[in-house]
Design a binder for this molecule. Sequence first.
Ligand code: NAP
Ligand code: ZN
Length: 380
Amino acid sequence: MDNAKAYSAASAGSTTIAPRDVQDEVRPTYKAKAYSAASATSGLASTTIERRGLLDHDVQIEILFCGICHSDLHQVRNEWKDVMPTAYPCVPGHEIVGRVTKVGSAVTKFKPGDLAAVGCMVDSDGTCPECKAGLEQFCPNFVLTYNFPDKHLGGVTYGGYSDSIVVTEKFVLRVPSNLDLAGAAPLLCAGITTYSPMRHWGVTKGKKVGVVGLGGLGHMAVKFAHALGAHAVVFTTSPSKKEDALRLGADEVVISRDANEMAKHAGSFDFILDAVAAEHDINAFINMLARDGNLTMVGAPDKPLAVGVFGLLFRRRSFSGSIIGGLAETQEMLDFCGKNNITSDVEVIPIQKVNEAYDRLVKSDVKYRFSIDMASLKSE
Ligand code: NAP
Ligand code: ZN
């Protein structure tokens, strides 16, 4: 099944999702605590879910922290219904760090007690050209951490707003021991999603790099652009974030609603990363690119953006997209963060505050990522 078909298979009411109670083979399972959404409007509430018992290559992880990505909100509220509809109940969460509690008999990379992390994917076919190239994020048969058909238990996969998860060893990553765990969790999505396109488009010393939107992804992009030696310029709609942007490593900050400030940078960027979660004028940023400059979208607004083609024709500019990163590059990013002591700036919350956190995320009222302390789930 290719990705697009799998997305539709994940849709509520689809006949292609095997219900959890009609699997032809009975597999051992165990109960885990979690927070799930029952519908697009219900919000998240405490529940119990089934996780698979360990297969030979599986690692069981006690989840310590899970970041809240704007993609969690898009999916819980079914905002991507046209592309990637949500199957309910939905247990979101793909920025997972924790400690290994058990390993299957064939596991070699991890032992109980080790720190471990899981990002947006939990499986892929391992045989296609994309997997062979270490680009599992483009595998036509990858499996996302939540809201994706679960080949083991039927139904859909359940993510990291939970006390534990079972994942095949290949998709479990190592966390450098010097990193704060609450701040390391968002590296698994916000980190790799911004690191990967920067590496792909050659962000390095001497390049002028723009970051649009200082949210969870955007603030990681600023940290990486700075660490990679580029001249980093933040475009924000929030004047109150100016001081923070400079502290995070920006060399300049532009208030994107100020036409005069914007005009000063016209035609000057080698690369711009757009991490905005809502509809906005993309052409204003395309026109900021120099000859052969590239603007990569990582933000995923639910509505199409109108691209003025003339902005691309002049100066041979390009407009592209990028999604997370492969396993090897995700590990490279985590190791880079370990060496450079980079973590996300987080507001740690108990799981009981998750619905409030979602409402604040919509208002861009978080500096700069919520990270759920999963110990709070014990009291449920
Ligand atoms: P976030 O923390 O909510 O940040 C989004 C930022 O966009 C806000 O902080 C705000 O920054 C800016 N913004 C919001 N509304 C805006 C508007 N109407 N006009 C202009 N700017 C606006 O979200 P996030 O978790 O970083 O995620 C950002 C987007 O990336 C989401 O759509 C998410 O689904 C997507 N995503 C994609 C991937 C991928 O693999 N491609 C991975 C993860 C997430 P300012 O206040 O600075 O303007
Ligand atoms: Zn994410």
